[in-house]
Design a protein around this ligand. Structure first.
Ligand SMILES: Nc1ncnc2c1ncn2[C@@H]1O[C@H](COP(=O)(O)OP(=O)(O)OP(=O)(O)O)[C@@H](O)[C@H]1O
Length: 363
């Protein structure tokens, strides 16, 4: 999918902005505080219905305004269909999602239309942060690639919530058996999806990308599914039930899963430098994009915020070259165009100068 048009209103320091992006590469150049990241943040709302910088939606509404709106027109290469996505939020925390002129309830409907990837100074959290971030990394891809996955994970989360509540209140009712069975069934299915995704191709793709970023390092990537090896989820639940009931929560299952990445037997986050970790994240994100494209033909929209601060010149080149080659549509911010002078070799691009929340396209 490619963004053909973007409109932003009352968002951070942006009063009103309209731009027609290039289908390959878009550069946003401007001083600190000019509004570059805000443009990416607004586009991020169109894919995720949330910011990548704050959980407080109210903070992104332009001061003294009642609410913000973002809108885009998107189309697929070679297909005449154009989709129109819009999102508005106001100070009462009302979120309105509109797809092709119709109101929608679920933010996931935006995501299914527009696969967005983001690379920012916070991206190393994927490796340094909580396991939930690594599960989300896998689940984002499964959401786009495996049709039934989304409803299965919703049911799984509901059964987990119900079981935790039953354990907390020490209720020992018939309902418990019902939720336990659902939890086991969906939990095993989710785990199978994640394992086959990794073993099918994802690990191979990550390692292939890594060869270009960190040729000297070989990583062993494995999946911890959230319960003991060689045991079914049903048995693991039964084994832990007394302890779990005492503690008031379910301690085993795919909600405890993690992606384990080691180099020479040592966890990557303890061995690699910050810069090397960022390259590993870049390799992992590229692998997502390549896998998505291979399986569905869907291309991604990539938001690269302040990439100059993230990767050295050589690695920036490798990353952007590979993304360019993967037919992603890129939105890249930088303070100075000199940080990205290797992009002079790309003719198919648009350069936007950002100043006080407004853009001027370089002709
Ligand atoms: N709710 C808001 N209303 C009005 N202005 C805001 C709001 N939130 C943030 N701003 C301002 O918007 C401006 C744009 O911030 P943004 O982070 O997009 O800048 P940037 O160009 O990415 O800067 P940098 O290069 O420093 O990362 C900043 O001056 C910020 O103070």
């Amino acid at each position: 999918m490619k963004l053909d048009k973007v409109q932003i209103r009352s968002f951070r320091n942006i009063k009103e902005l309209s731009l027609v992006p290039n289908r390959k590469l878009n550069l946003f150049i401007g001083d600190n505080g000019s509004g570059k990241s805000s443009i990416l943040e607004a586009i991020h709302y169109l894919g995720f219905a949330r910011s990548f910088r704050t959980n407080k939606h109210k903070n992104v509404i332009k001061t003294a305004e009642l609410g913000f709106t973002v809108f885009c027109a998107i189309s697929k290469e070679g297909v005449s269909d154009i989709h129109r996505l819009g999102l508005a939020r106001d100070h009462n925390d009302t979120c309105t999602i509109n797809i092709n002129g119709e109101k929608r309830q679920k933010a996931t409907e935006l995501a299914s239309h527009l696969p967005i990837q983001i690379f920012t100074p916070q991206s190393s959290d994927l490796l340094l942060g909580a396991p939930k971030l690594r599960r989300t990394y896998l689940d984002w891809l499964l959401f786009h690639v495996e049709q039934p996955f989304n409803s299965q994970i919703q049911i799984f989360r509901k059964s987990l919530k119900q079981l935790n509540s039953i354990y907390k209140t020490s209720r020992n009712n018939q309902e418990k058996q019902y939720w336990l069975e659902l939890f086991q069934r969906q939990g095993e299915a989710i785990s199978d999806y994640r394992e086959s995704l990794l073993n099918d191709k994802l690990i191979e793709l990550i390692n292939l990308n890594l060869k270009d970023f960190l040729p000297e390092i070989f990583l062993e990537i494995s999946y911890y599914r959230g319960w003991e090896k060689g045991v079914s989820l049903a048995d693991a639940l039964a084994k832990n039930i007394h302890r779990d009931q005492k503690n008031g929560f379910v301690s085993v299952g795919p909600h405890k899963a993690d992606l384990r990445i080691k180099a020479k037997g040592i966890p990557a986050q303890e061995l690699l430098s910050r810069g090397q970790l960022r390259m590993l994240v870049a390799a992992m994100q590229l692998a997502q994009t390549q896998y998505l494209y291979e399986k569905t033909g869907k291309t991604s929209v990539y938001l690269l915020d302040d990439i100059g601060a993230e990767l050295d010149e050589e690695k920036r080149k490798v990353f952007i070259n590979k993304l360019y080659g993967s037919d992603s549509q890129l939105f890249v911010t930088a303070i100075d165009l000199n940080e990205l002078d290797f992009l002079n070799n790309y003719n198919d691009k648009a350069v936007f100068h950002v100043e006080h929340g407004q853009v001027r396209e370089e002709i």
